[in-house]
Design a protein. Structure first.
Length: 445
């Protein structure tokens, strides 16, 4: 069987879910929810995910399987002798930039996971803010974690689609759900569980701002890994007997469930021990260790949470690496092992400024942001919306309409009316929403 094709529908769904469920669901979602209104933000996020993210995910699947090619070659095949191939190149560049700071956070998680497993995180009287500051502020520690995280990715990607990405996701994704459910059960037994759940699930729109709405849309893109053509590459390995809308539905559903469970696992802990939900990016690394330290078997539950976080971070980074590697192995002239290794080295070198943004390069600012924060803002708030906008325009106005409908309906019992609704969303609602939010980001409105 071809190692550059998913062996089963389950393998594809697990890999796609792994690509989608990562930093977006377990790190970014809880702290952005905490700083953006709790339940109201979660509700807006769900609406954007279903109304905009879901149709865009189907679109990337259609382009990928409809062409049978990775991101750049897909647009070349579907729109030959045109500039549309630059969408694929844009996606490869965006994935590269995203990896350059994503892998830095992956390195932090890896270091915390190791420290927690040996019982070195939770200690009486420990200043957890200082511990986090030491890890991200000590150059050799950050660089070591960053390098090890990239090495893990290179090993999996070098093994190929079936033996590497699919196999890893088949083990990591079920474990992720098991660990998350254990943490949810523990969180719901805490004294402050009800208060935490009320904050997370009760909509209070008085705290919602235009910035919150922007974050909700960006989070829906980030959480589903759409906009950078990663899912185009993944779906290019998919057989014709798999329903794209069915698969996308599973991925969206799993992503929303994980985001929901992450909130249910985290906010009861935060409220039980008197912390602020609006703690920001440090919520995971400073607040939760301190909270877990105050409960029985806290080190065990913290280790479970960090391993869960590590698994999710790895499965997402696989998709980012794969779009880069696939782009340079498409013609068959370059070996996957060599390209994966070289890609890892280049991403490592490019990511060093982001890795050192909290230490020796903290005074270097781009638009009043550190290199890490500037890269995050560029990818999450500019490149993802722009990429999604062009994908929406392409699939409606440039791709062959008959092929689009064929791929949408293939191996599916979906009512033709659903296709009509999807097409109207992609024609009007998705582009208009993206443009409005993007203009707001750029300060035009």
């Amino acid at each position: 069987m071809n190692n550059d094709q998913w062996s089963s529908k389950f393998g594809f769904i697990m890999a796609s879910a792994g690509a989608a469920i990562g930093l977006g669901a377990l790190w970014k979602f809880p702290y952005v929810t905490g700083t953006s209104g709790g339940g109201a933000f979660f509700l807006i996020f769900v609406v954007f995910t279903l109304l905009i993210g879901f149709p865009l995910l189907i679109s990337e699947y259609i382009i990928g399987r409809g062409s049978g090619k990775e991101a750049i070659s897909a647009f070349k095949k579907l729109a030959p002798d045109s500039l549309w191939a630059w969408i694929g190149r844009f996606g490869v560049l965006g994935s590269f930039l995203l990896l350059s700071f994503y892998s830095v956070v992956g390195g932090w998680v890896l270091i915390y996971s190791v420290l927690s497993l040996v019982g070195a995180v939770i200690r009486d009287g420990k200043d957890y803010g200082a511990l986090f500051g030491t890890i991200i502020g000590t150059p050799w520690i950050t660089i070591l974690g960053f390098a090890l995280f990239i090495i893990l990715n290179v090993i999996v990607i070098a093994l190929g689609v079936q033996k590497g990405i699919e196999k890893a996701n088949k083990y990591l994704m079920p474990l992720l759900f098991v660990f998350l459910i254990i943490l949810v059960i523990r969180a719901l037994t805490l004294d402050g569980a009800l208060e935490g759940l009320q904050f997370f699930l009760t909509p209070d729109f008085s705290n919602i701002t235009s910035e919150s709405i922007l974050y909700a849309l960006g989070q829906s893109f980030f959480a589903l890994a759409v906009g950078l053509s990663c899912m185009i590459t993944y779906s290019s390995y998919l057989k014709k007997d798999v329903s794209l809308s069915y698969s996308a539905g599973w991925v969206v559903g799993m992503n929303l469930i994980v985001s929901f469970l992450a909130g249910v696992a985290i906010f009861p802990v935060v409220f039980t021990f008197g912390f602020e939900p609006a703690e920001g990016p440090g919520l995971l690394f400073m607040v939760l260790p301190q909270a877990f330290a105050q409960m029985p078997l806290g080190e065990v539950f913290l280790s479970l949470f960090l391993l869960l976080f590590l698994f999710a971070t790895l499965t997402s980074s696989f998709s980012l690496f794969e779009i880069i590697v696939a782009a340079f192995t498409e013609n068959g002239k370059r070996k996957r092992n060599s390209v994966a290794s070289l890609s890892g080295i280049i991403v490592f070198i490019a990511g060093i400024p982001a890795a050192l943004s909290s230490s020796i390069l903290q005074h270097i600012l781009l638009f009043d942001k550190t290199v890490f924060d500037a890269t995050d803002f560029l990818v999450s708030n500019i490149m993802l919306p722009v990429g999604n906008l062009f994908i929406a325009i392409f699939i409606i106005h440039r791709m062959d309409k008959a092929l689009v409908q064929q791929e949408f309906m293939l191996s599916s019992s979906v009512n033709p009316g659903i296709y009509t609704i999807w097409r109207k969303i992609m024609t009007w609602i998705a582009p208009a929403t993206i443009v409005i939010v993007l203009f707001n980001t750029l300060g035009f409105i």
